[in-house]
Design a protein around this ligand. Sequence first.
Ligand code: AMP
Length: 213
Amino acid sequence: MLLGPPGAGKGTQSKLLQEHLRIPQISTGDMLRRVIEQGTALGKKAKEFMDRGDLVPDELIIDIVEQRLAGDDCKRGFLLDGFPRTAEQVRALDGMLGKMNVKIDAAVALLVPRAELIRRLSGRRTCRNCGTMYHVTSNPPEKRGVCDHCGGELYQRVDDKEETIGARFDVYEEQSASLRPLYRERGLLREIDGTKGTQQVFDRILREVRQAA
Ligand code: AMP
């Protein structure tokens, strides 16, 4: 499980970990964005919350995760990215894992100061097709607006615009920051300096996960 505020690097790191460990990345943010692209009723409802920087209601996200974890590809393990985010989601996850007879090996928290988070989020561009993330100055694509991996279109997420970033931090502090002490109490928390380069952070996470598993 990866924990951390928006912009800490959960998405980037979990995509790398997914390839390396060959276990699926369960990113609730990516799943919601996909549902929105499909234009379903669920997507329309979720979009309202996401565009404001709010969390989507627990019952909605819990259902989505429960269905996803039932997939065959989760039998060898999985990586949670962006879930849980509230105490209620932790309770629901505990119930799901209990039923599956599965335990979390580690809750990896990425630590990054606020100024760096804002720099990352406001310059972030995301591939509409595969979700790969870039930064306009520190990690630009080879061709402006085009994903290096799949040729998909890069866009700025509505919730990465400066006016929404502050709301997302507030929501994180109010609802999600308390998950760190909770997983520390359970002896699962691994705190990692998320300001280092992508590869360095990745190596550190891998070391922690290997020790824990
Ligand atoms: P992310 O891509 O993880 O930054 O998530 C983007 C947005 O999706 C969040 O700001 C929320 O609106 C929504 N979201 C993602 N995961 C969750 C979750 N576990 N609970 C509630 N809302 C979520």
